[in-house]
Design a protein. Structure first.
Length: 221
């Protein structure tokens, strides 16, 4: 019995001593080493559609570089399902608008940004989302125009999970910001898509310090 045990220990030592851990030097890394693992396109599309069609759990926006997307004028973007028609998913996008705060206080903001909204249509096809906006009554105000100009166009889906997806929105001011839409709590620990954002240095090179500066004002007011 002792001889058998010693033989097994010797084999384990021999096997482990011959093993080598391979490290990739930073200078030897290829662009693909900096990308997250690929996802099946069909699964990615189905997940996004399921998220956008969920009437009970709207999706809220996290963003890479808040200043590029919000311009310090709007905050607290939340997109809620309204109905689906001819394969197009219609939402009501609500947000907080600093300009409306100033309008109510003679040009001086007091830190409470009133809610504003915009009608949005998503058409998900493969790894792309065609996004259009409209306002049902009268013409758009400044806040609605800013949000509309920022999100209108073709989005590219970079990754998706059970409660979130990461998309690259159309180029604005020479940049194509990455935008994370997530259900429920915006607790960073509960959003798998943050890892998609953080790992994808090629597609999402935005400065990480902006990532969790998601609210300029309280969204619960």
């Amino acid at each position: 019995m002792k001889l058998t045990f010693c033989f097994l220990v010797l084999c384990a030592w021999w096997t482990c001593s011959d093993a080598k851990i391979q490290f990739i030097p930073v200078e030897s890394m290829t662009p693909s080493d900096l990308l997250p693992p690929k996802q099946d396109e069909t699964t990615k599309e189905e997940r996004v559609k399921k998220l956008l069609k969920n009437s009970e759990r709207p999706v809220s926006a996290l963003w890479g570089n808040r200043e590029d997307l919000m311009h310090g004028v709007t905050s607290c973007w939340t997109s809620s399902f309204v109905y689906e028609q001819d394969g197009k998913i219609h939402h009501n996008l609500t947000f907080r608008d600093r300009d409306k705060d100033k309008e109510k206080n003679n040009g001086e903001g007091v830190g409470f940004w009133p809610p504003n909204h915009l009608s949005v249509t998503y058409n998900v096809q493969g790894d792309r989302i065609s996004v259009s906006t409209q306002k049902p009554d009268s013409e758009m105000d400044k806040g609605q125009q800013m949000v509309s100009e920022t999100i209108t166009g073709m989005w590219r889906i970079l990754g998706s999970d059970h409660n979130c997806f990461l998309a690259k929105i159309p180029q604005k001011s020479g940049k194509e910001p990455c935008l994370i839409w997530a259900q429920g709590s915006l607790n960073q620990a509960s959003i798998p898509c943050l890892s998609w954002f953080n790992k994808n240095m090629k597609e999402c090179p935005e400065n990480g310090r902006y990532l969790f500066s998601i609210y300029t004002v309280s969204c619960s007011n």
